[in-house]
Structures are given as C-alpha cells and as structure tokens.
Design a protein around this ligand. Structure first.
Ligand SMILES: Cc1ncc(COP(=O)(O)O)c(C=O)c1O
Length: 396
C-alpha cells in the first residue's frame, strides 16, 4: 500500500456492525464484560479505545513499524520516552536547536532528579563522539529542527550512537513520515507532536511515540496506561480525519515554503533564510539524501530592530501570529518570545537563536498570496524607516 492509500485505508475499514464508511467516535469510558475478567478486547478507555486504536494503527503503518502509542500532547509523548528510559545518573544528548518544551522538560523536570544533559551540535561528529559515554542512554534529535530547520544525518548519528549502546530518538514532527522515515535510517524511537501536520487543522492537541522493537516499545505502552495522559476519542477521530489528506497537504505546504524561501532569500531586509531546500542551507545535501521533500517550514532573520520584528510579526494579513505550526491556515511565530521563551535569553544567545528570527508555517493557501503578504510586511518596515528618517531630518 502506498503512502496516500495508507492514510485513508490503514486501520480504517468500514464499521462492521452498520457499514458506516467512517469509523464512529467510540465515546465511552468503559466496556461491558461478558463475564468477570472476560472483555471483547477493550475494558477501559485509558487503557484502550477503538477510535484511538485505529489511529495508532495508521500512524504505525505510516512510519513502517508495528507499534504506536498516542498521548494527550506531544510533550506527554516525550515525557513517556524520557520517563521510560532515564534514571538518575543517566546522560542524554540533545542538539543545539531543539523545541523549547523539550529543552524545558529536560532541564526543569529531569535534570533536578539527576539526569545529565549535554546540549551539543549533534551534526558535528567529533562533538558527538566526545559527548557519548557509557552513561549515555538517549540521543534525542529533531530533524529538521525547531526553529532553525537544521538537518542532522540520522544514519550517521544512529551508527555512532548504537556503537555505544544508546538509543536514538527522532522527533519527526517537522518532516512527518511523508517526507522522512527515521526507522529506515536506524532510529529506535520516533516521537510526534500530532498536534501539527498529522492533525493538520490546528484543532487538536496530541502526541505519539512509535518504536520498531517490541522490547523498546513495552515500557512506553506501559506508561501510556500507568500514567494515563491519553487523548480523547474525539481528538483521535479528528486526527483520523485530518490524516487522510496528509500527502496532499504536505505537498502544498512544501511548495508554499519553497516559494517563500526563494522570495525572501535575496531580500535586502532579510539577513538569513533557513529552509533545507535552499542550496546554501548547510544541511541541504543531507536533506536531499534522507528526505523525499524539504518540508513545509521556513524561518528567517529580519535585518532590523526588535521593534521592527515585532511590528512585522504582528501585522500580517494571512500569517496569524500564534504558537504551533502545521495547520492548513498559515501561522507565524517569534520563537524568542513564544515557543522558545522557556530557554533563558543568555542560553538562546549562546545557542545562536537570534531575537530577530521569525518562524513561518505556511498553510495550504495560495503561494502568491502568502508571498505577497510577507513582501508587503517588509515594504512596510522599509517605509516606516524612511518616515522616521524624514521626521528626524525635519526635527533637526
Ligand atoms: C518539534 C516539536 N516537538 C514536540 C512538540 C510538543 O508538542 P505538543 O505541543 O503537542 O505538546 C512541539 C510543539 O510545538 C514541537 O514543535
């Protein structure tokens, strides 16, 4: 079964009792048992639910593995992996560019109980080799990263990490299984903020953990039930609905992102564009090798003052200023004050995360409209500068 067919058919047969083409929402907390301890496969909806089970099946098919567990958010999914695998004294390696919530949970929840965090350039082989030790339990990468869209070589990293006996976790939220298949490149665990492209419509919060090896998956499945951060049947149903257009949406997101990256690339007010599809992106060759497309996100640094960045970010016509990404409606985010504000300013500066960085999540709108909105915003910044200059000359 090819990818688009899986998103529509995998785990989603017509409902057997009525023939309903679309699976119903099994909005129930519990299930009748035939005799004490003998149920029909379901006994309590924290433990399992038919709507959730369908979504877990299709996500596993999309990532080419057998095992998926859904959680109430991407961070709840991350927490399950960290809780399953990290004990006091264990070490975890993360990249310099990582989602702010991942940084926060590690630094504020796991570091206080004795987990040691190494934040390094995971794309630098010597740095990775130096950071790996017998105490390394997990190497956690995003690729492309949030927010700078850095790209890391999953095969190369898994080869080095497996030689030390640690596990590689790939946050595949930005690429989605449509553009990147981390298990085929050696990853042990994949996590998703399902909230983003998989759901695709900015109307649900969910997360997922997938694994190839049943032994690696087992503690995660245990924690799903034991700690209970599960999504509602309705949220799962929304994602089942959203997933059916994943391929179509990702193609459009990627086309829109490429059009925007090209339009911003040579603009005088743009210091730098981050998009893996640009030949001058440092991860371009790796992206070509390990992804089947460059993804739907673009970030750029506006060459201006923080006031200009804020004014640009707050006044776009189609790019709504808001956290999150991956929906059909375009979103714009200022990482320093929004998604990555949980990283202290000093640490952000050390990591090279500029306050003038703007992250764009083009939706499925028309590319020309989105490009026009951004160019108009840059022209407004220029016009305001000219006005200010004229005012100061006449005042002088
Ligand atoms: C790359 C990445 N991973 C994980 C998460 C966390 O997901 P959630 O917001 O669904 O908890 C996010 C959220 O922005 C993200 O961008």
């Amino acid at each position: 079964m090819k990818f688009a067919t899986k998103t529509i058919h995998a785990g989603q047969p017509s409902e057997p009792e009525t023939g309903s083409l679309i699976a119903p929402i099994f909005q129930t907390s519990t299930y009748e048992q035939d005799s004490p301890g003998h149920d029909r496969g379901f006994n309590y909806s924290r433990t399992n639910n038919p709507t959730r089970a369908r979504l877990e099946e299709v996500l596993a098919e999309l990532e080419n593995v057998q095992h998926a567990a859904l959680f109430a958010s991407g961070l709840a999914a991350e927490n399950a992996v960290l809780q399953a695998y990290l004990r006091p004294g264990d070490e975890v390696i993360i990249p310099i560019d990582v989602y702010g919530g991942t940084y926060r949970i590690l630094n504020r929840v796991f570091q206080p109980i004795g987990v040691v965090i190494h934040q390094i350039d995971t794309g630098n082989r010597a740095a990775l080799e130096a950071a790996l030790s017998t105490r390394t339990r997990l190497v956690w990468i995003e690729t492309p990263t949030n927010p700078r869209l850095l790209v890391y070589d999953i095969s190369e990293i898994t080869r080095l990490v497996h030689a030390k006996g640690a596990l590689v976790v790939v946050d595949n939220t930005f690429a989605t299984p449509y553009f990147q298949q981390p298990f085929d490149l050696g990853a042990d665990i994949v996590v998703h903020s399902v909230t983003k492209y998989l759901g695709g419509h900015s109307d649900t919060i969910q997360g997922a953990v997938l694994a190839k090896d049943p032994a690696v998956f087992e503690p995660i499945k245990f924690l799903q039930n034991a700690t209970g951060a599960v999504p509602s049947p309705f949220d799962c149903w929304l994602t089942l609905r959203g997933l059916k257009t994943l391929e179509l949406r990702m193609e459009r997101h990627a086309d829109n992102a490429a059009a925007i990256a090209n339009a911003l690339h040579s603009h005088a007010l743009v210091r730098r564009v981050y998009f893996p599809g640009l030949p001058d992106h440092p991860g371009h060759e790796i992206a070509k090798k390990q992804m089947s497309g460059f993804g739907g996100m673009v970030s750029f640094e506006l060459d201006g003052t923080i006031e200009e960045v804020v004014s640009f970010a707050s006044s776009r016509r189609y790019f709504t200023l808001g956290e999150s990404l991956g929906g059909v409606k375009a979103l714009l985010c200022h990482p320093a004050t929004m998604t990555h504000a949980s990283i202290p300013a000093q640490a952000r500066a050390e990591l090279g995360l500029s306050d003038s960085l703007i992250r764009l999540s083009p939706g499925c709108e028309n590319a020309a409209d989105l490009v026009e909105d951004l160019l108009e915003g840059l022209a407004q910044v220029e016009a305001a500068r000219t006005d200010r200059k004229a005012a100061s000359v006449s005042a002088g």
